[in-house]
Structures are given as C-alpha cells and as structure tokens.
Design a protein around this ligand. Structure first.
Ligand SMILES: Cc1cc2nc3c(=O)[nH]c(=O)nc-3n(C[C@H](O)[C@H](O)[C@H](O)COP(=O)(O)OP(=O)(O)OC[C@H]3O[C@@H](n4cnc5c(N)ncnc54)[C@H](O)[C@@H]3O)c2cc1C
Length: 486
C-alpha cells in the first residue's frame, strides 16, 4: 500500500498553507506561533521551494539560490524565525564585475559604489547622491509610471557603463529590466546598497533544517509529498483543500504556489469576477534561469581573491534581451569556499547562473535537451577558465539545470525564478477581496521576490490572515471569549 503522508492529520485547521517556499514557511511559522492550528503542505520531498540544495557523491553540496540577499534578512529572521538563523547571516565582501566596459571589485554598498562612481566613472558626486536618495525614497505608493531606464537617464544621461554597473546585478537578482517600473529597481537596489550582499553560513540545507525545527516548535503540522490539487470554495468563502485525494477544511488558505496556478488551476476562474480574471490573465511571469553546478576535486582550491560573486559578461553593452538569450554572453559565478559550510567537508564549488526563457527549452526533444545541457556545461567551463586556470581538468563534477528543472521541482509555471512581473502584486493582494479567506504569499511583483522579499511577503500575509481570523473567530474560540466575558 502506498504510504499515507497525511496520516494523523486532522480534518480541519484554522489555516492551510500550500507550499513551503520561504514565504509559505514564514506565514506558517508566524500563524503557528500565534496559536492557530496550521497545516503546511509541500508536494516535493523536501521543504524550501527554490531555496534548495542537492548533494552529489564526494561530499559536494550545491546551493541553488543562495547567491546573495540584502542585510534586511537579519532583522526579518531574528523577528520571525530564530536568533540562531539571524546570527548565521554573514556578508560577502568580494563582489566582482568583469565585462568589456570595466573590471572592478566592490563591497556592493552605497559608500563603495559612490567611491567607484566618482573615481572610476568620473560622475559628479551631487548626481550620485541625488540618484541614491531618489532610489531609497521610493515606495509602493509612488508614481509607478517612471521606468528604470528613465530613472537612469535622469541622473546619468548617455552613460551605458554606469547603467551596466547599477543594473546588471539587479537584473540577476530579480529578473527586472530597464522597462519595468523604476520602483521595482529602486527598492531592491537600495536594500542591497544599505549594507551589501549577505549569505547564510552553513548553506541552504542548514537554514531549512533550522526553519523546520522552529516550525515544529511553533506547532505547525508539516507534511511533505502532499500535492494540493484543489482549493475548495463555497459561495465566496474558503472551505478547504483537496490534497492527496483527501479533503481537509480550513478557515483560511494561503497559497505559496505560483500566482497564476493558484487562480486558474487550484481555485478555478468561476470563483472570481470578470475584471479580476482579466487582470490575472494579463500578469506576466518573470523569466527563468539556467545554472551550471561545478565541484572542484577535493584537493583543488580556488583562491578567495577570485571573489564571492562575479558578474561576468563578454557582451559589449548591457541589454536585457542579451541576458535572456540562448546565446549566452553573461554569467554570474557564485564561488562557495570551505567557509560556506564550516562544519562540512572542505570543498570549493562554483555555480554559474544565467537568466533564461522557458520557451527556449520547453519544446526540445529529449535528445536535443540533453545535448543542449551538455553544451551549456561545456561553454560555461570554457568561460570559467578565464578566472580559474585549467578549470576543466580540476573539476570532479559538473551538471546543468534549466527552466524545465525549476518547473519540475516547484511546479512553477514556466519555471519562473522570481514569480511575476510588477502587475502580479496587485492581483496577489486582491485575492481575499474575491474569496474570503483566500490568500497568496510568494514571489511576486519583483519587489516581493528573492529570499528577503518572499520572507517579508510571508510576514505581511500572515498579518492579513491573523486579522481576518480575529474578526471571525472559530466557534470554540468565540464561545471561550463569551464565557470569559460573562
Ligand atoms: C536559479 C535561481 C537563483 C536564485 N538566486 C537568488 C539569490 O541569489 N538571492 C535571492 O534572494 N533569491 C534568489 N532566487 C529567488 C528565490 O529563490 C525565490 O524568489 C524564493 O525562494 C521564492 O520563494 P517563494 O516563497 O515564492 O516560494 P517558492 O520557492 O517558489 O516555493 C513554492 C513551493 O510551493 C510548492 N508547491 C507548489 N504547488 C504546490 C501544490 N499544489 N501543493 C503543494 N506544494 C506546492 C513548491 O513545491 C515549492 O516548494 C533565485 C531563484 C532561482 C530559481
């Protein structure tokens, strides 16, 4: 008989969270701590969503999305997770750029960028200050008409090199383009510029393990290999979820699955009004990625001066479409030294990431697909040899992931790495107005993407759910309150 991954689960919870990405995990933890009964469902065999890792023989552990996040993670993790998690967040100090326009190393914060822009790019200090102040002052309620390109043109007209320095890393960080609203750039860029780029010491496996322990401590019922196939709605209220063939009732459901899959597959168009469905249809997914994972032989080491993050490109100028092209000219190399996992085996690993389009990979035959992956691995090693001599001979292992891989493991439509474009945020926020008790928390709208964005969005949605459940307490809570008052 197949194993029952829902064995012992109750028939009803206050809240069901579908998906254990960083947003889903955070929402579940906060609501569990607040005393609600919470069921967390994950279709994969491990928690974390895109915040994931995998192991290969020889003691190699690859991180998929642990390349860098802003310092804000420390505060969010201390407040909504544990001091141990917050205290494991450390800075990456060697961020490198190497392209035909410039080569430099930076700590990637406002002070160092100001120095570089003055000394190396000869920009006037007052323009730099005005630009930083404008970017930092941006918020969601600002004018959303200005594009990132217009923002750059205002402060650095005609300076393709400056635009490249300021934009290339953010395009990698969240897939945003020069045509997206400037606030999506301003908020994410300023988050990084506050203090630089950070990582999690111990690796993604340790982070998710610590989060799992805290979830259990918060009383969350955590279930893996549980694929939610339907969110049930009655009238305009949430009723529950169908998972592994079983119906479980809930007063609120938070979907951490892809926004479009939530609306069209899990709930169904018939439960929303026409305008909402039109808006949801118009939401564009963000791009996906390819990655090449390379492990050095155990005795081979990479000199730390190679950098922690290296934005490398052979393209003469910065263009978003070049970053997405199958003909790869730009790669972000992440270097993982033995200090990434101080308690693990001393290993040096390299992960090369490139933004990619799902459609370039979706319709390849199995043979073409395997051949394309091999080519991706080989051309990436060629590119890496510029920074690590004889890389090919010194590697113990190399393999590739594509948009198809990301879709396979997370069920994200088109393997979108960062959820949706900007318009997804309004649709995500409008869900509870359409169906009472239905919420979405997860990478969306560029701003709410990435590790920090996903965690912070999880916090926002947990507060919304709490407010709704407080307004309409469960019958037993209501009767207890009445008893106390009488
Ligand atoms: C290659 C790559 C590199 C990245 N690099 C960085 C980086 O350096 N820094 C950074 O900050 N961010 C990075 N990101 C982005 C970051 O990882 C994501 O934005 C973030 O982890 C997404 O979290 P989320 O909460 O939206 O959920 P997701 O990670 O998307 O997880 C959703 C979860 O829901 C589950 N699920 C879906 N449908 C169902 C269902 N029906 N039933 C049950 N479970 C379901 C999935 O299995 C998955 O576990 C990267 C992403 C990729 C792909």
């Amino acid at each position: 008989m197949p194993r029952d991954f829902l064995q012992g689960a109750k028939d009803e919870y206050d809240v069901i969270v579908i998906g254990s990405g960083l947003a889903g995990l955070t929402t579940a933890n906060i609501l569990g701590r607040a005393g609600y009964s919470v069921l967390l469902l994950e279709q994969h065999y491990k928690l974390g969503g895109m915040a994931t890792w995998f192991k290969r023989p020889g003691g190699h552990i690859f991180d998929v999305s642990l390349h860098g996040f802003p310092a804000g993670m420390i505060k969010s993790c201390r407040r909504y997770w544990t001091p141990e998690i917050a205290d494991s967040i450390v800075q990456l100090k060697n961020i490198r750029f190497d392209n035909p326009m410039f080569s430099l190393t930076t700590t990637f914060n406002r002070e160092d960028f100001t120095r570089l822009l003055v000394e190396q790019f000869h920009v006037l200090p007052e323009n730099i200050k005005a630009f930083f102040d404008t970017a930092r002052g941006m918020n969601f309620y600002d004018d959303q008409q200005m594009t990132t390109r217009e923002l750059f043109e205002k402060y650095f007209p005609g300076r393709e090199d400056v635009i490249r320095l300021l934009m290339e890393p953010i395009t990698y960080a969240n897939g945003s383009t020069l045509e997206d609203p400037a606030i999506t750039y301003g908020i994410v860029f300023s988050n990084f510029m506050a203090k630089g780029v950070f990582t999690f010491e111990g690796g993604t496996d340790r982070l998710i393990e610590l989060m799992q322990q805290d979830l259990l401590h918060s009383g969350v019922d955590v279930r893996i290999r549980c694929d939610a196939t339907k969110i049930l709605v009655e009238g305009n209220r949430i009723k529950g979820v169908v998972v592994n063939g079983r119906t479980i009732r809930a007063r609120a459901v938070v979907s951490n699955a892809n926004l479009k899959s939530t609306v069209f597959r899990l709930v169904g168009e018939e439960h929303f009004d026409r305008k909402f469905i039109d808006d949801a249809n118009a939401v564009r997914l963000n791009n996906s990625s390819t990655q090449v994972y390379m492990a050095m032989q155990p005795e081979e080491h990479v000199d730390e001066s190679t950098g922690d993050l290296l934005f490398s490109s052979t393209a003469p100028v910065f263009r978003t479409d070049l970053l997405l092209s199958r003909d790869i000219t730009s790669r972000t190399f992440s270097f993982y030294y033995p200090r990434t996992r101080p308690n693990g085996r001393p290993r040096c690993l390299i992960v090369s990431s490139t933004n990619a389009r799902y459609e370039d990979w979706a319709n390849l035959s199995e043979e073409e697909y395997e051949a394309s992956k091999r080519e991706l691995v080989e051309t990436t090693i060629d590119a890496g040899e510029k920074y690590i001599p004889n890389l090919r001979q010194r590697l113990a292992h190399a393999e590739a992931a594509t948009p198809r891989t990301f879709q396979h493991y997370t069920q994200h439509a088109q393997g979108a790495s960062f959820g949706t474009k900007f318009e997804g945020l309004a649709v995500s926020r409008a869900l509870p107005e359409q169906v009472r008790g239905l919420y979405h928390a997860g990478s969306v709208g560029i701003i709410m993407s990435g590790w920090l964005g996903a965690i912070n969005y999880g916090v926002i949605v947990a507060n919304d759910v709490d407010a709704q459940l407080m307004k309409s307490p469960a019958p037993n809570v209501a009767s207890q309150t009445a008893a106390l008052e009488s």
